[in-house]
Write a protein that binds this ligand. Structure first.
Ligand code: NAP
Length: 435
């Protein structure tokens, strides 16, 4: 019997478990360990609450979770409740599928001022992540600046713009819905250090900005390259740029009944955040592209008054003591997923935060092929029995998948009208509902 421990129950974790089941059939036992009492990682805490169709993939993970040879072990923190060394003693393979839940730091003066948030915190706040339940972002100011030109910047701009009614059918948590309902935000500026052709925004997500009830996007047509140059773009980006061109052509008359403006400010890099005890303004440098399409400063700068800055410039995998880590890229040091003998990584923890949820599927299957190659025969380790004994000794109250189903049932039962669930945002409430 092969024993595999997967750390992290997000998409990469579940696709890896699915691959292990397919590869080893009855000859494997997989434990998916998560520090939270609830599964699915990015699906629950990263995917936007108004994108329920994307969250539906959790149904596929549930099929895996409900099979006898895969087990969810929630409420267990690796590095605190059990160490990597201990797991390696108990399992033939330990696979880190910890994602990239930490913000890449915005390394400029003033980034530590109150009112500056990373997207992990802000997204975690509206998605009910227990770490950010008490964030209380200041929504009483008129102007918010978002840094970055990726899909997370779009998620954040859209969530800040929607009316209460536009959240119908979403699972945005009540504390965020109520906060946003009383928001004074009228201007959202999205800073991109490069230009429209260099955005990392996908067409569907960008197109949504044109259909908001009280907000409208604004693009300066002078920022757009000559239309003939669009032909050189890869088709996805070309479609996104077409949306930007449509936004630039929105007539002023159409804006009259829109109270929120989402302003795209291209070739604009934040260089400092200024304020007296809290954010007052962002100092921005006008940028240009060099011949490698990198952004370089022009020396010209200006300021944007604002009361909140949300940095959406990408994520990092949290390091784990004793596990080799590549600081520059914010992921575990690995060669095709191999970190050390018996220790692997997969998904964002392996390749950094890029690609769609589906990208993690081949990643999961590849890492299981690698594991199979490395361990032709099992070393007959103790596996889950050993883990249970260790955790019982340490009085760790583990949450199983059937416990999670009780939490889920309670979340469904307390949902507001039309919402799929009202998430618990405190670990103690999750645990209480699981009993
Ligand atoms: P991302 O796609 O990597 O975009 C990060 C953005 O931040 C880029 O525009 C980058 O510009 C900019 N940036 C990086 N460092 C910066 C700095 N120091 N100053 C100013 N700008 C900086 O990251 P993301 O938006 O966090 O998304 C992560 C992944 O999740 C992506 O694969 C994304 O597609 C995916 N996602 C998908 C969806 C969806 O499909 N609905 C939703 C959310 C997220 P440069 O290009 O110049 O580096």
């Amino acid at each position: 019997m092969r024993h595999i421990a997967i750390i992290g129950s997000g998409p990469a974790g579940y696709y890896t478990a699915e691959a292990a089941q397919k590869k080893f059939r009855d000859d494997v036992r997989v434990d998916i360990i998560d520090r939270l009492p609830v599964p699915f990682g990015l699906i629950r805490f990263g995917v936007a609450p108004d994108h329920q169709s994307i969250k539906a993939v959790a149904g596929r993970y549930e099929k895996v979770a409900l099979s006898d040879n895969v087990r969810f072990v929630g409420n267990v923190t690796v590095g605190k409740d059990v160490s990597i060394d201990e797991l390696q003693t108990l399992y033939d393979a330990v696979i880190l599928a910890t994602g990239a839940p930490n913000d890449r730091p915005l390394d400029i003066a003033g980034a530590d001022l109150p009112g500056v948030f990373g997207s992990a915190a802000f997204v975690g706040w509206y998605n009910g992540h227990p770490d950010y339940a008490d964030l209380r972002p200041p929504l009483d100011g008129r102007h918010v600046v978002i840094v970055g030109n990726g899909n997370v910047a779009l998620d954040v701009a859209r969530i800040l713009s929607k009316t209460r009614a536009e959240f119908d059918g979403s699972d945005i948590v009540s504390h965020a819905l109520d906060g946003l309902d009383h928001s004074a935000v009228e201007d959202i500026t999205i800073l991109g250090r490069r230009g429209p052709h260099q955005i990392a925004m996908t067409p569907k997500e960008l197109g949504e900005l044109a259909h908001l009830q009280r907000a409208t996007p604004r693009v300066d047509k002078d920022d757009l390259p000559d239309i003939g140059e669009d032909a050189l773009l890869e088709p996805g980006i070309r479609k996104s740029v077409t949306h930007l061109r449509e936004f630039a052509a929105i007539p002023e008359a159409f804006r009259a009944d829109k109270v929120i403006s989402i302003n795209f400010d291209f070739f604009a890099a934040p260089v400092a955040i200024e304020g007296d005890g809290k954010v007052k303004r962002v100092r921005v440098e006008r940028m240009r592209l060099d011949d490698q399409y990198r952004s370089v400063g022009t020396g010209e700068s200006y300021t944007i008054d604002c009361s909140m800055v949300i940095s959406c410039i990408g994520y990092q995998t949290p390091p784990i003591d004793g596990v080799p880590y590549e600081h520059g890229r914010g992921r575990f040091a690995n060669l095709d997923g191999r970190i050390l003998p018996g220790l692997y990584c997969v998904g964002w923890a392996r390749r950094g935060p890029s690609g769609t949820i589906g990208t993690n599927r081949p990643d999961g299957y590849n890492i299981i092929d690698t594991v199979a190659e490395d361990m032709a025969i099992s070393a007959n380790k103790d596996g889950r029995a050993g883990l249970d004994a260790l955790l019982a000794l340490r009085k760790v109250d583990i949450v199983t998948f059937s416990d999670w189903k009780k939490i889920e049932e309670a979340e469904i039962a307390r949902a507001r009208d039309g919402a799929p669930r009202e998430k618990f945002v405190r670990i103690e409430d999750m645990i209480a509902a699981s009993h």
